[in-house]
Write a protein that binds this ligand. Structure first.
Ligand SMILES: Nc1ncnc2c1ncn2[C@@H]1O[C@H](COP(=O)(O)OP(=O)(O)OP(=O)(O)O)[C@@H](O)[C@H]1O
Ligand SMILES: [Mg+2]
Length: 303
């Protein structure tokens, strides 16, 4: 169970069994603020919250918004590269049949999660590729992935397939970032179940914002069935010259303030150019505005 300090918002993981009624006074290790939660033994007067949740608890990060074209893949790639450049070992998982992430990393005709489930390879390590970028590996996608949806959707617990397979390798990486398609079905549900943190990229457009609330609803359902999962909203491709974008930006800030990333990504021609030459922005133009913004996002996530 997670307890969040009322004052400084530091989050703590606490064993479930100490947190049933009646009330328990707790004190935050970070800011010393006292507040009340609930526990079994009323004779205990106070309980010091100490096991703060650290970035390691956010090892698996899913990028998801069912609205298309909001920079899920772009964020997955460039955030992963920024983390890798900070010395973190990173695995990116292309969990989208479009295979955009695989293509952007310079691979075609690879094996994928399909071959793994189909037992055409011995284990997940056989499909993970080392990219040409230091510290960055890829679990690629291919078009056969489309067959998985039909084959497994009716299977009991189909949504745990990715999480179970990642358990084999997750300790090898500081972060695993999962890219998802613009829909909520087999692939996205698997990626949400596998994640500790979901980043929901959104542009400052009405329908993109609607996608955020849909993902938020699903995450609340998962939390309701005792799933340890958090989400953060990331504004992408923000064009501050446009009045409509400034208005929606303000709405997003009001609605999602508490879970909004302080970093936001602005629209940048350099980003589109970097995609044309299949390079992460940091390798195409490390001085560009969006390269700096993805570095800032990486720092925000690990600090
Ligand atoms: N900061 C940016 N500035 C300008 N263009 C951007 C920026 N970020 C992404 N783009 C462009 O937006 C388009 C969509 O990006 P991307 O493919 O990452 O979105 P997506 O959410 O993964 O799409 P899909 O839902 O189809 O998977 C791409 O053409 C990309 O080059
Ligand atoms: Mg994509």
């Amino acid at each position: 169970m997670i307890i969040t300090c009322d004052n400084c918002k530091t989050r703590y993981k606490v064993a479930d069994d100490i947190l049933t009624k009646p009330a328990l006074k707790v004190r935050c290790y970070k800011c010393n603020h006292r507040f009340t939660v609930y526990k079994n033994d009323p004779s205990d007067d106070s309980f010091l919250l100490q096991d703060e949740i650290t970035a390691a608890d956010h090892r698996i990060i899913t990028l998801s918004n069912q609205k298309g074209g909001v920079a899920k893949t772009t964020t997955c790639l460039n955030l992963a590269v920024a983390l890798a450049q900070m010395g973190k070992k990173v695995l990116v998982v292309d969990f989208d049949v479009q295979a955009n992430l695989t293509i952007l990393l310079g691979f075609r005709k690879t094996r994928s999660f399909y071959e793994l489930l189909n037992k055409e390879v011995k284990g997940i390590n056989d499909i993970i590729l080392h990219t040409k970028y230091p510290n960055l590996s890829l679990l690629p996608s291919n078009s056969k992935m489309a067959l998985l949806k039909k084959r497994y959707l009716k299977q009991h617990n189909f949504e745990y397939l990715l999480r179970n397979r990642l358990q084999e390798v997750e300790k090898k990486y500081d972060h695993i970032l999962i890219d998802t398609p613009p829909s909520i079905e087999f692939f996205t549900l698997n990626a949400l179940i596998a994640a500790q943190l979901v980043i929901v990229p959104t542009t400052c457009e009405y329908l993109s914002m609607h996608g955020v609330s849909q993902i938020g609803d699903i995450i609340n359902v998962l939390k309701g069935i005792d799933h340890d999962i958090e989400y953060k909203v990331l504004i992408t491709m923000f064009d501050k010259q446009k009045t409509s974008e400034r208005v929606i930006n303000e709405k997003i800030r009001r609605k999602y303030g508490a879970v909004l990333c302080s970093t936001f990504i602005e629209i940048d021609d350099k980003m589109q150019e970097s995609h044309i030459v299949n390079l992460p922005i940091q390798y195409y133009d490390e001085k560009s505005r969006s390269a700096g913004q993805y570095q800032a996002l990486a720092r925000e996530l690990i600090e």
